[in-house]
Design a protein around this ligand. Structure first.
Ligand code: SF4
Length: 188
């Protein structure tokens, strides 16, 4: 199986989640957020194809990394390939973060327009989801691991368990924790 990427896998990021992480840069995104930091990743025919075996070899060669992060582009446009990478990462004991321009609720709604086979399964492998589009008017450089205030850092496993969205509070400052209830929504 192949995945379309925008860049070679980063092996040593410290800004795409906690600890030292490898980053998988997917190619293709249709959210078209105003002020997107990386518009070259939007074209679904851009970037290059990579065999998943090559990514497997890269992940197996990691030593100090705590986990991997899917970024892009929009990882959920290629859920089946991402699932296979996620399986390898889990076998290697790596945790998984994923950035998406979709909201968590949108990814769970099988009846929504454009729902892709594999969205729910891919979510099952993800530990932390940073969700929602980048909104320029809500950009805040003080935020940790996200670009705009509407984006949420979601503990996916706890959210499934509790049937409501559980945020990773340790990545929010005190003011944001107080305001977090603005974001909480029941999973439908
Ligand atoms: S989801 Fe990310 S890559 Fe896609 S347009 Fe928005 S900021 Fe850019």
């Amino acid at each position: 199986m192949f995945i379309r990427l925008s860049n070679e896998t980063t092996r040593d990021s410290i800004v795409d989640g906690p600890g030292l992480r490898a980053v998988i840069w997917t190619q293709g995104c249709k959210h078209n957020c105003k002020g997107c930091h990386n518009p070259s990743t939007h074209d679904f025919n851009g970037g290059f194809l990579m065999d998943l075996h090559e990514i497997e070899e890269t992940l197996k060669s990691l030593k100090l990394q705590k986990g991997i992060t899917f970024s892009g582009g929009e990882p959920f446009e290629q859920p089946l390939a991402c699932i296979e990478i996620a399986k390898i990462a889990k076998q290697l004991g790596l945790d998984i973060w994923c950035y998406t321009g979709y909201t968590f609720e949108r990814l769970l709604n099988e009846k929504g327009a454009g729902y892709k086979e594999g969205w729910k399964e891919f979510l099952q492998y993800i530990d932390v989801l940073v969700d929602g589009p980048f909104i320029l008017e809500k950009k805040n450089l003080l935020l940790k691991f996200r670009g705009s205030e509407n984006q949420r850092i979601i503990d996916v496993k706890q959210s499934f368990k509790n049937k409501e969205i559980i945020l990773k509070e340790e990545y929010y400052n005190v003011e944001q924790v107080v305001n977090k209830y603005v974001f909480l929504k029941q999973i439908v």
